[in-house]
Design a protein around this ligand. Structure first.
Ligand SMILES: Nc1ncnc2c1ncn2[C@@H]1O[C@H](COP(=O)(O)OP(=O)(O)OP(=O)(O)O)[C@@H](O)[C@H]1O
Ligand SMILES: [Mg+2]
Length: 286
């Protein structure tokens, strides 16, 4: 068996397996209605399952529909057709079992790092003292123990992302949905954040759907890398298991020959779509 095989055999799309999946999309298609009365068929019928404890990265060219699919799992976008199951139950409305980390910052500028994390726990019903203690503990785990009383504008971009990560993880969601969470950071800081995420994830292995357009980031973090084609009617065109040992160092793993081989194989599939994506964006502008 080669080091990297297409995940055709990975039991993600059979109905029996997906009942046990943390999240599964069955023939989910999304058509957006535009203001001028026309339609845009963003995503063609798509089937994808994320197993319990599995870290899946979704990669594709800009505008292909990655955020759209993630938002379906989050319950923020309703499929035009098809179904989304969360732990076997049909999702209608917001997915309350998911912690969601957006690319955009979601911190309250008038609250300290500690208060930003604690407030989400209080909303969940935790008494204030307990919420503050748990927030303090999680900020320690993301390396911000000395920055509890800082306001967001007094933190670096990477530190703000750490607060965001603590905010989401402190609530102990059953699954994590991450949409280019480290997007605005420089490459080095992203790798450090990736490593931090892996370290924390390793402790209790929640199911993760991680959207990124950075293939290296995807391979360094994930158990499976799923590739989407350029839209319209985007679909999944590749599903690759990543056979790199865990625990992994999200930075050092990139130096391994197996990583390079994996990257080369997936890039062959992705490259064409990225070029199509750019061409379509240019046509749209013309
Ligand atoms: N609310 C909306 N109404 C109409 N079209 C939309 C809407 N949201 C997204 N789209 C379109 O659907 C397609 C997919 O968008 P989506 O945001 O899912 O892409 P993406 O893969 O996350 O891209 P990026 O990598 O740039 O974040 C795009 O062509 C986008 O313009
Ligand atoms: Mg997006």
């Amino acid at each position: 068996m080669t080091m990297l095989e297409r995940a055709r055999d990975v039991p993600t799309s059979s109905a029996g397996q997906s009942e046990r999946a943390a999240a599964s999309l069955h023939e989910v298609a999304i058509t957006y209605h535009l203001a001028d009365g026309s339609f845009y068929e963003a995503v063609a019928p798509t089937t994808l399952a994320i197993a319990e404890g599995e870290f899946v990265a979704l990669v594709g060219p800009t505008g292909c529909g990655k955020s759209t699919l993630l938002n379906v799992v989050a319950g923020l976008v309703a499929p035009s057709s098809g179904t989304c199951l969360i732990h076997g139950d049909r999702l209608s409305g917001i997915n309350g079992q998911a912690g969601y980390l957006f690319q955009a910052e979601a911190l309250m500028p008038w609250k300290t790092a500690l208060a930003n994390v604690a407030v989400g726990l209080e909303v969940q019903g935790l008494p204030r003292d307990e919420a503050t203690e748990r927030a303090r503990s999680w900020l320690g785990k993301v390396g911000l123990g000395a920055f509890l009383q800082r306001y967001p504008h007094q933190l670096s971009g990477g530190q703000r992302k750490r607060v965001g990560l603590a905010q989401v993880l402190a609530r102990d969601p059953r699954m994590l949905l991450m949409d280019e969470p480290f997007g605005p950071l420089d490459a080095q800081t992203r790798a450090i954040m990736g490593d931090l995420l892996l370290g924390l994830w390793q402790a209790d292995r929640k199911a993760v759907l991680f959207v990124t357009h950075d293939l290296e980031e995807a391979i360094s973090l994930a158990d499976r890398v799923v590739i989407m084609s350029a839209g319209p009617k985007a679909s999944i065109i590749g599903d690759f298991p990543i056979h790199l040992a865990r625990p992994r160092d999200a930075h050092d793993v990139r130096l391994q020959p197996a990583f390079v081989e994996t990257h080369r194989a997936i890039w062959q599939v992705l490259k064409e779509e990225v070029l199509k994506g750019y061409a379509q964006a240019n046509e749209a502008k013309a």
